[in-house]
Ligand binder design. Structure first.
Ligand code: TMP
Ligand code: MG
Length: 210
């Protein structure tokens, strides 16, 4: 049996990642399992959720960074066993968000390399789709936006720049930047679904790792 493929949907807040991830899973049915990071239902995920939603619950940037990474390791065995069993896995955020959001804080010593270290050894996706929205004014329009920590236009702008620095620092031939500016949900889906199908169709057995 060929192993399943790992597909990652990345991007800033409110770029349609969750919508597209869910549409991919709906399209492909039960050969695919979806995971979203942070996975807030685990013990570590509960702490992360509190940090994101409760301003009175503060943590040093290094600590919350390590918790986001630890949260991926909490779920890693499950993802690996699904891939081994031949199921495809779709991820809504993963290592790139982990590195970009933390490095964007520009804390001395917390550079991209420091931020990537705790994620080293996680499986690298067979396809990463970075949904890129160049019109940040659309960020303010959506319901509920601005409620969580990091959902501030100025910080999102820094994160956006940092994502591209992270992409320069972490080589990945399987990463595609998808410009979603001004595009409808269906237009974005029609762009990415053929890329997903192409990756699912190749029978590479080797895993790549961060
Ligand atoms: P979400 O909006 O996709 O649920 O993610 C919550 C926030 O957490 C979002 O602003 C991005 C941020 N984040 C990190 O800072 N580090 C990480 O490793 C991940 C997965 C998300
Ligand atoms: Mg969010």
């Amino acid at each position: 049996m060929t192993r399943g493929k790992l597909i990652l949907i990345e991007g800033l807040d409110r770029t349609g990642k969750s919508t597209q991830s869910e549409k991919i899973v709906k399209e492909l049915g039960d050969e695919v399992v979806l995971f979203k990071f942070p996975e807030r239902s685990t013990p570590i995920g509960g702490l992360i959720n509190q940090y994101l939603t409760d301003r009175s619950f503060d943590l040093p940037p290094q600590s919350i960074h390590l918790l986001f990474s630890a949260n991926r390791w909490e779920v890693n065995a499950k993802i690996c066993s699904l891939l081994e069993s031949g199921k495809h896995v779709v991820l809504d955020r993963y290592v790139y968000s982990g590195v970009a959001y933390s490095a964007a804080k520009q804390i001395p010593g917390m550079d991209i390399s420091w931020c990537l270290n705790p994620d080293k050894g996680l499986v690298k996706p067979d396809l990463t789709l970075f949904l890129s929205n160049q019109d940040s004014s659309s960020l303010q329009d959506r319901d509920g936006y601005g409620e969580e920590r990091y959902e501030k236009a100025a910080f999102q702008k820094k994160v956006r720049e940092t994502f591209f620095q992270v992409f320069d620092a972490i080589p990945d031939d399987n990463r595609v930047i998808v410009d979603v500016t001004g595009k409808s949900i269906e237009q974005v889906f029609d762009t990415i679904m053929p890329l997903v199908r192409k990756v699912l169709g190749n029978n590479s057995e080797d895993y790549l790792y961060f």
